[in-house]
Design a protein around this ligand. Structure first.
Ligand code: SF4
Length: 94
């Protein structure tokens, strides 16, 4: 009997090696910029959320490096670069 994994289970199989610098970050002072609200909807890993004070918050752990937030929100509000070699996500399939 096979056990089906849901999306959260599958994302949990990935491994993340931290980079010395953050490869994705909300630019200082842009946390309330309405362009960031799009990231809450489009991030496939669900890493963006709306905080109690109306600020968009980002949890970096679990980033899939897909770049969707960068395209949706733009570089006026996000700093986005690929992590250094050897750092970042390592995909696991199962
Ligand atoms: S790069 Fe992809 S996974 Fe990472 S925060 Fe942006 S949308 Fe989410």
């Amino acid at each position: 009997m096979s056990q089906e994994l849901n999306l959260k289970d599958k994302l949990g199989l990935n491994v993340f090696k931290p980079d010395k610098q953050h490869h994705v970050a909300i630019k200082p002072g842009r946390e309330r910029d309405p362009r960031l609200l799009m990231a809450i909807s489009v991030c496939p890993a669900g890493l963006y959320s709306l905080g109690p004070e109306g600020k968009v918050e980002l949890t970096r752990d679990g980033c899939l490096e897909c770049g969707t937030c960068r395209i949706a929100c733009g570089t006026d509000v996000l700093d986005w670069n690929y992590p250094a070699g050897g750092a970042g996500v390592q995909y696991r399939f199962g």
